[in-house]
Design a protein around this ligand. Sequence first.
Ligand SMILES: Nc1ncnc2c1ncn2[C@@H]1O[C@H](COP(=O)(O)OP(=O)(O)OP(=O)(O)O)[C@@H](O)[C@H]1O
Length: 695
Amino acid sequence: MTTNLSPEAPKLTKAPPSLGAGRSRAKRSNLIGFGILLVVIVVIPFVVTPSLMNIAVFTLIFALPAIGLNLLMGLAGQVSLGQAAFFAVGAYTHGILLTKYDVPGPLAALIAVVVAMLIALLVGLPLMRLRGHYLALATLGLGFIVMIAVRESEFTGRTTGIYGIERPEVFGLVISSNGLFFWFVAPFVIVALILALNLSRSRAGRALSAVNDSELAAECLGVSTYALRLKVLVVSAGLAGLGGVFYAYQVTIVSPEIANFHYSVEMLLMVVIGGLGSVWGALAGAFVVELLGEGLRDVIPLLIPNASGEVQLVGYGLVLIIVIILLPGGLHQAVTSLLKRRRSGADGGSGAKNSRRPAAATGSTSTGATSGATSPDDPGATSGAASGATSPDDPGATSPDAASTPKHAESADADADIASSLPTISTPLEPGEVILRISDLSKQYGGVTAVDHVSFDVPAGRILGLIGPNGAGKTTCFNMISGALAPTTGEVTFLGQTISGHKPHIAANRGLTRTFQNLQVFSSTDVLGNVYMGRYRLGRAGIVRGMLGLQGSEQRAHRDTATSILDAMRLGDVAGTEAASLPFGRQRMMEVCRALAAEPALLLLDEPMAGLSGHERDMLAGLLRSLRDAGLTIVLVEHDVAQVMSLADSVAVLDDGVLIAHGDPESVRNDPKVMKAYLGTDNVDEARSELEELS
Ligand SMILES: Nc1ncnc2c1ncn2[C@@H]1O[C@H](COP(=O)(O)OP(=O)(O)OP(=O)(O)O)[C@@H](O)[C@H]1O
């Protein structure tokens, strides 16, 4: 059963974060980008015509809200249709403070940005708890509220707005010309670009990308989706507010129209044209939309005489549709595919032979989202992404024995030794003490009782096998333990604290990690990026540190650990490969690596052997034994009864949601109720011989 917590991410192609070889290439590209930008900024005021200068100034002004919106949509997966509201709040606050209260410009700007952020916080606090497109609807409403409020209020100048805003002064020099103003705004845009780039590469940025791939998996690794998204909304509004400040300076009049839906559509268009998730794309998109706006202003009156300004929206709408259809990854996709083609032409295709190189992270942005494969809009999508590797297109994947077994088969001893190369396990309990208590747990789906008043304890440092026929309620039980589902009745306590009814990150941050029956792969990143995400709960750097780029050493340490886990688990050769393109068996092993990277005290494994080759099964079984011996507690849902019986210290059996047996493997194997559940016969001798055959 797949549970997906987030149905709301947009389905546009998103620029993927790479943690493998593409990372240094991205750094180099950014440096080149900033070099070019600096030259352009210095040169433009000397070479362009006044009308182009005007476009250039508005490009920089609107790049700020566009960068913010891009963070919100591309990184946090939240669509906002009201970015103009925060822009307007910034512009109005700044204008009012300057003209009515004579507040110095820098202080007024700071207050304007803070006010925009506070309003975003107020809007986001209730909304970010909801799933779906509520933020889009609410922000759309917010735009109308701001527009009507300023239009109706005397304080904000009604329809006339706030006028008489003077151009800023820097060291006594009035920034009067467009060229000077362009240079005045440019440093702020550069800083915004740096902060946004840092954020998208940071621990928080990677977590948000992971949330967009699979909210459930990210939450189960300790990511608080709500808190992260709320913070990004606030940052995004701050950038919009800053854009509003410069807008107020530039036009010197702030009127209600700036909160108009029209501007929100423009900002949305900037993000989509630039490429969702691409920080540079937001700047490029701002330029294209400003240019387009200027063009449409000239063209529309020729085509439709007496057309109102609103008709321009039709033009934007058409461009939006064309871009979504023809270039879902926007300019970012166009540029990266071009560069990739040139690169592969330059090395005569030799790059493809290097399996450590990320196949898509460096260029192709299309894999996950164009197919919708990782969109949380589609609950089956992530497993689809995973199973994409098992499709008939990938024959190797459907026969994992052939595809996923490393050529150099290692000895069983070496397999069992893997555990010693993994992060140390620290369980705060003595072996045998209760680490997980399940009390009277039930789950009702309408008339279906998936789990029926189940109670059992899991002792620390042991492997508990949870078995049962199809539909017995095993996954539902797992989902309630990990927090993916709220129980109808009952309680789950982990390390003495109640975790049931809380979001999965609560249990995850206490040391409970899980894998999934239907794989939940973070398909927007590479294999290393997936395992790196397992380290999330052990990191400390938040959004601010991430934006300031002050988490390098923490990231390096986690990346090194993730690399050594992959090496230990014989996946080092695919560290830089796009995760969703791995054969099914290796994806499953990667999920196990990701879970182990979290250094859990309790590991829930949902059918970890499914789809593995014989060698991989043996390797995993050896690994689980070693991990148990090292102190890790494991709860294992598995259909391979023989494996469970040989691995588990105790076994719990569910049938039709009811716990029908719980004890050591031998007593469970001989329990008539278990035999009946599995084999449908009360005849103990007949059942026993059939069970023996099965084992
Ligand atoms: N979201 C849902 N809505 C309605 N019924 C559900 C839902 N999820 C699970 N069920 C039902 O609850 C029961 C238990 O399902 P669950 O997936 O937990 O079983 P399972 O033991 O994990 O099965 P399997 O081994 O086939 O994965 C089944 O009858 C299933 O149809």
